[in-house]
Design a protein around this ligand. Structure first.
Ligand code: ZN
Length: 377
């Protein structure tokens, strides 16, 4: 009897401790935004694609994707794709990665330590996909709802020992091989040293709006909108991510070298940030916006017939699981069990020629290796 009482007491304490950690959130009556239904005409084809679009939903495990699916009344472009796999995200230094180490694995094909931006374990620069493929005339671009110096976009153009070296990361942009970038923000740019601002403006046509007429004529374009336009949707961002995705695709496609293609990385940065804050409604809105960016990429893949789209995440954040929901009304409830990253594998979706190469379970660095192999053959 004494033993049983002790067991009951212990169970109650554990539950209480757990209850203090978890945070429940709900979103209701989400308007249906539909989804894009692909033609599948080149899906799983055996020829090597000329263009590759890599889409990284920061901090996005199955939880936010499923939440988006139910909130969108049981529909999502993600879930219209047929080739799927899983990605393990451990870094070379930590069981649970950060975005810098995972971004570097995705950008270079090598695992590294948490905090590293395009650097290996010995703190030497590792060539990233844009640097590798330009040798064969393939041009590249980057789009993100994070600031340009955010770990994920930075991994595709910068080489710095720590993700917090903000000025150094911005200063790497003019010497990078990128032809297009769109990320935050006008204000962050203006806080950089004057020499860095001048160097970026010398290398790129820098504009503060996707609608600037210079976007159509520039040879190298940098779009740095006011911070609100790349901030959270719940704070006023509208359609920056899907529009910048489409603009980047059209920009690179129009300027690619004869017979060559392009590589584009698109990051949905704020699913992770919303999950860190345990803000479930914000995470769902960010996921639905990212799904519209996916739709733009898949639409182009269908129009073009020579494009592979790979969609995954750098890690899971907050252990988000679903609690309840009603897809007929666009209602869904979720529970965050932490405010940090978790080590669980993340889902991967692929569409287009060689999408089948990404089935099964693979490391984040292997995703980059497969992309490089396809682009460099
Ligand atoms: Zn994070």
């Amino acid at each position: 009897m004494k033993k049983l009482l002790l067991f009951v007491l212990a169970a109650a304490v554990t539950f209480q401790a757990g209850a203090q950690e978890i945070k429940k959130g709900a979103i209701e009556a989400v308007p249906a935004q539909g989804s894009y239904h692909p033609t599948y005409s080149t899906d799983g084809a055996s020829f090597a694609p000329k263009n590759v679009i890599l889409m990284i939903a920061d901090g996005t495990g199955l939880g936010p994707i499923a939440a988006g699916y139910f909130a969108n009344h049981g529909e999502l472009t993600y879930f219209n794709l047929k080739y799927m796999g899983w990605v393990t995200t451990q870094s070379a230094s930590d069981f649970t990665t950060d975005s810098a180490a995972s971004g570097t694995a995705y950008s270079t094909g090598q695992k590294t330590y948490n905090g590293a931006v395009g650097m290996d374990l010995q703190k030497r620069p590792i060539p990233n996909i844009p640097e590798r493929v330009i040798e064969q005339g393939i041009i590249s671009g980057v789009v993100s709802t994070d600031d340009l110096n955010g770990a994920t976009p930075a991994a595709f153009f910068a080489h710095q020992e720590q993700r917090g070296m903000t000025d150094e990361i911005w200063a790497d942009m003019p010497g990078s091989v990128l032809r297009y970038f769109a990320a935050g923000s006008k204000e962050k740019f203006e806080k950089r040293p004057v020499a860095t601002q001048k160097a970026i403006e010398k290398a790129f046509t820098v504009v503060n709006s996707l609608d600037d007429p210079a976007c159509a004529t520039a040879e190298r374009l940098g779009v740095l909108p006011p911070a609100v336009e790349t901030g959270y949707i719940v704070n006023g961002r509208t359609d920056f991510l899907p529009r910048a995705t489409r603009q980047a695709i059209d920009f690179l496609n129009a300027r690619k070298n004869e017979g060559k293609g392009f590589f584009l990385m698109v990051e949905g940065a704020r699913i992770d940030k919303a999950c860190h804050k345990n803000d479930f409604p914000s995470a769902v809105k960010e996921l639905l916006d990212f799904d519209q960016a996916i739709a733009e990429a898949i639409k182009f893949a269908d129009e073009d017939g020579n494009t592979l789209v790979v969609i995954s995440a750098d890690h899971e954040t907050s252990g988000l699981v679903l609690w309840d929901g009603d897809p007929s009304k666009g209602n869904v409830e979720g529970v965050h069990i932490s405010g940090g990253h978790t080590p669980v594998p993340v889902p991967l979706f692929a569409y287009g020629p060689h999408a089948q190469d990404f089935m099964g379970v693979q490391g984040n660095e292997q995703v980059a290796q497969k992309i490089l192999k396809l682009l460099l053959q």
